[in-house]
Design a protein around this ligand. Structure first.
Ligand code: FAD
Length: 267
């Protein structure tokens, strides 16, 4: 199996602070991490490789040069090869433009690595949180997709995917090439070994820049190629005037809350 995992570098959201004047994220001094859902996707690919050792795992990230850190982390965990997609004209891209650039970059990487059978993504990035990029990559490439994937294994000509549903889970057989987006499974991703860490630190990570993607439609990238327009960003005002219902017992609190809501004609 030839597998590609899309990984994004994201700020550690437990540390995020907003500039109260500019209403922008304060990124200075905020540590960056591998998007956790991409870690699950990488682990799912690694589990397929465990059972099919002649498989290959390539990781790809679009972002600034600093994003090499998550590529090296992915190499240390399980990936065999890493590519960074980085270019000045890519800046300002919304999800549609980002997924278009990534799909074009995948075609470029395939010239060296061969055609990918499975493209793995996280369900969503914990900073952008749109969950659009994976499904959009599938659409750009014309591939079938399974979202909310929990596990994947090979089953003859198909990939057997366990998909989370509202009621529980279902098993879907999907033909390759395909795109799978991963949500949080019941298992934890593996840790990098010291040997792999040392090799990852020495790894050469090729950069695919805007000038390498000859066939890209430049009207579909960057701010100009992005149909999403951000009209306003703001920090929600903290609501004041709330009251605490804390009676002797939980039952009394529930009764009191019901009474208050009833009196206010809310229920
Ligand atoms: P999701 O759709 O939630 O991610 C799902 C999965 O897709 C991830 O788990 C991962 O597997 C994959 N994925 C997502 N992004 C990447 C990536 N970059 N590389 C590899 N895999 C990925 N962001 C900037 O950094 N600079 C900008 O200048 C910028 N300008 C923007 C302008 C506009 C108008 C808008 C709307 C957004 C802009 N963004 C910019 C944000 C950028 O569009 C998103 O970060 C990006 O499209 C990913 O979306 P998401 O975070 O919601 O990912």
């Amino acid at each position: 199996m030839n597998m590609l995992v899309c990984v994004k570098q994201v700020p550690d959201t437990t540390e995020i602070k907003i500039d109260p004047v500019k209403n922008t994220l304060i990124r200075d001094g905020v540590p960056s991490i591998l998007n956790p859902f991409d870690g699950y996707a990488l682990e799912a690919a690694a589990r397929i490789k465990d059972k099919n050792p002649d498989s290959k795992i390539v990781v790809l990230s679009m972002g600034p040069m600093q994003a090499q850190a998550v590529l090296k982390e992915s190499l240390a965990i399980a990936a065999d090869k890493a590519y960074l997609v980085s270019g000045r004209t890519f800046g300002g891209s919304d999800t549609l433009a980002t997924s278009y650039i990534i799909s074009q970059a995948i075609k470029e990487v395939e010239k060296t690595e061969g055609k990918f059978d499975i493209i793995f993504c996280g369900k969503q990035a914990i900073d952008g949180d749109t969950a659009q990029v994976g499904p959009e990559i599938a659409e750009h490439l014309g591939y079938p997709q399974v979202t909310y994937s929990l596990e994947a294994e090979l089953d003859g000509d198909l990939v057997k995917v366990k998909k989370e549903t509202e009621e529980g889970a279902e098993i879907i057989g999907i033909q390759t090439p395909c795109v799978l987006t991963f949500t949080k499974p019941s298992w934890d991703p593996r840790y990098p070994t010291m040997k792999r860490k040392l090799a990852a630190n020495r790894a050469d990570i090729p950069v695919i820049s805007d000038t390498d993607l000859f066939d890209i439609d430049t009207t579909r990238i960057g701010l100009k190629g992005s149909p999403t327009k951000v009209k306003k960003t703001f920090v929600p005002q903290k609501k004041t005037g709330g009251m605490m219902v804390a009676e002797e017992t939980t039952e009394d609190s529930a009764r009191k809350l019901f009474q208050l809501l009833n009196d206010a004609n809310i229920i």
